[in-house]
Unconditional design. Sequence first.
Length: 270
Amino acid sequence: MPLSFKEKGVVIFKGDFDDVEAIKAATKGVDGVFQNLSPTWPAEQQIQQAKNIVNAALEAGTVKSYVVSTAFYCSNRRIWGHYDPSHELHIYYTTKSAVEDIVKKADFPSYTILRPAWLYQNYLVPQSGYYFPELSTEGILAHVYEPNTRMPHIDVDNVEHFAAAALIEPDKFNGHEIELGNENLTLEETRELLSKAAGVDINTRIRSKQEVIKLGFKVGTLIFQQLANEKDLSIDGKALVEKYGIPFNNFGDVMTREKDELLKSIAGAK
């Protein structure tokens, strides 16, 4: 752990979200919790992990503010509820929704739910290897977006800013369930911004239906691109700034800040 963290009183506990005793030790005496769980297989594991953390926080008896990060439009079944229960997207969202319910039913003095949209960092390694595997090897954004489809984007740092604000001002954020997004970008707009930041012309390619079937959930972005083609996922970032006073970073801000990672993420970047 960096010395600067130690100087600020940061304590790191060894364990994982399945390690109940480690979670209990980490939550002992704290007054705020920020929870952010990754998808698991089977999906029930993520639900149990949420229970582990919530139960530990309740047992601690000192937690006043609980902030959980899930996924954009998690609670809106009109967006994703039409998918078959066996579909990966339906499983993904019902799991995230169950995680939210666990937090809400725990009856902490204050709770806040953050639902981040598509992260700018998904175009950077290591995430891009999963979402856009051809980007680092061929400089290609392979996708299934329709020309006018827009995807809301957000910087992971801004998610952290909202989480910190909710922990610091629990009364202000109590009960708020916030769809977090800023720039609503088409694939072509994304390509142009990424090309400008990387100093190289990035190409795009539409994946065939056969390719999509073959890849399935191995390329995690495809199901969200298909959803964006079907539903308007736009988020009003300006309204969020006006309401909460927390500014957003844009695509260019993030890529400038993450220049070193950007150079590793795109074939021919300079």
